[in-house]
Design a protein around this ligand. Sequence first.
Ligand code: SRM
Ligand code: SF4
Length: 649
Amino acid sequence: MVQTPIKPAHQDSGASPQKRSKVEALKERSNFLREPLATELLEDTTHFSEDAIQILKFHGSYQQDNRDNRVKGAEKDYQMMLRTRNPGGFIPPELYLTLDKLSDEYGNHTLRATTRQGFQLHGVLKKNLKATIAAIVQNLGSTLGACGDINRNVMAPPAPFKNRPEYTLACEYADNIADLLRPQTEAYYEIWLDGEKFLSVEEHPDVVAARQRNTNGTNIEGNLEPIYGTHYMPRKFKIAVTVPGDNSVDAYTQDVTLVVMTNDQGELQGFNILAGGGLGRTHNKEETFARTADEIGYVDKADVYDVMKAIVATQRDYGDRYNRRHARMKYLLHDWGVDRFRQQVEQYLGKPLQPYQPLPDWKFYDYLGWHEQGDGKLFVGVQIDNGRVYDNGTLKLKTALREIVERFNLPMRVTPNQSVLLYEIDPQDKAAIQDILSRNGIKAETEIDPLVRFAMACPALPTCGLAVTESERIIPSILERLRTLLTKLGLENEHFVVRMTGCPNGCARPYMAELGFVGSAPESYQVWLGGSPNQTRLAQPFMERLHENDIESKLEPIFVLFREERQAGESFGDFCDRIGFEAIRRFSENYVPVQDAVKLAKENRHRISISNDVYTVLKAASDREGRPMSQITADAIAFYLNQQAQSDL
Ligand code: SRM
Ligand code: SF4
């Protein structure tokens, strides 16, 4: 067996010599992702061993337990989570209907749209795992490489515009790059499909040729996995392909983002490259951090697969295989700097990268609601709160999506914001589809509180083994409380990007939010402020532990300062970034809460009479500003007295 040439991390980073991480040895012993998984799958047990769990991840599944059902001394309620790999979020109708059915047959009756445009099934028992994966693959899906130390689901803007070639190109290249970096081992088909190989579409010939081409050591000669080698990647690896100006994919958070560059005729010329983004971190471990990607350069279209291989080879050969906390490519970029990273990529590529080309400003799009597709057909974006597809009282999202896909045979694209777009809609079917949505309680995008619309939360409890706090289950009530608070402060029309996670791993990308909540202790969150509405700037940690009971009292002063000192049109995140945490802290320390101010005013109250006209004006001002009439009166009198004092001078 030809081994991956692993360069010891300590030779590059100056760290002290140490042992390669345990997962490296497991990958090496696994016989290309087979063992001990294949053997343990045949055993009549409820769960896999620690070693098998690591290999299982490469097949798109995590072993979990329902944490709500933990009982001291009893075996955990083991269950598997499955994640699909579907580049650009593409889900053909037969796959959606299969997932929907599997969730009822083997899962917990819900589906979950993820932040990387996939679907997850939760609650699958070990004994049903094979049947579940087999059904997914037989219905044009896959879970191979959705998790594990490997290229993950490749993202692309979900909008299915047919008259904007750059969008079609982004999806096409997301597909092709996913194919290029697909593991070549047959283990997946052997284990889950008894050796039967299903491939939904033929690979593009350029992809096949690029995979075999060994430019300057990008391939491991003689290895079954020419690009990855025996040890696959040091850690997970994430790629997005987008179009200029469309930041629906959170371009700065990926290991690599390619930006499709076209000429005025819409013909593909090449790709801008961003690299080195990543969000996972650990509380109180300063050496771990969220990082935004750097602009690396530009390549002509002919070089796109080779440059992707060059970047992968750089991380494969120089990424840290000793310390998994330091193994993501962002740390290589951080430790080396952009110039050294670029030089290494150029060495594998065999030519220099060209300068990064100017781009328009980035914007975030969620594509909810009805849109023209550009070829006479329509698409509709349907909001899924925090990605959870289920029937809940009068909101019957699961029923609605099933009925629409079943009746109209529509494909969908999962969005990077945990929602879905149904497309290829004949305009004559619009009314019937809208009727199904309305009948099942699904709000039009204009009826959704924008705080809710632009928010995201990770699954956290009860399925995620790493969760410290609630996230998906608590965020609806937190958003409601934020809305009430904002309304009380006269900011009822305000909204900003809120993202929440149950731990610092960053699955709902909270570090790019304008207001991020990151689980830091039971019922408490680290608060991040200052991200931008278009997700181009990293937020910063403002508060280490905010207990969920203290949300109003701690955030009220920040919102009041925002109300008083924002510039025209300035967003909450931009405001926090401009004014700085020092100013926010100073203001918060001296702040008298609105309720207390009212109480104080009541205690020292003396009655005066005013005319009906003045009362009407005062009342209108109070409604408009969301402040008590007593406060406005006090301000007006203070202003008057101040003017008098000035004129007396
Ligand atoms: Fe994630 C681990 C869920 C996107 C960073 N993530 C996990 C696990 C599998 C927990 C575990 O290891 O046991 C979570 C399963 C929870 C559950 O019950 O389902 C989990 N991650 C998710 C999803 C489902 C969150 C969501 O709300 O949709 C997302 C699945 C995406 C997909 O379809 O592939 C998801 N995870 C992300 C993202 C965002 C992204 O990729 O755009 C990040 C931050 C970006 C990044 O990778 O830097 C992310 N997840 C992590 C990390 C920290 C990685 C690191 O570099 O330190 C972990 C833990 C780990 O890998 O050790 C993790
Ligand atoms: Fe689990 Fe943490 Fe990811 Fe949330 S952010 S899903 S708690 S790993």
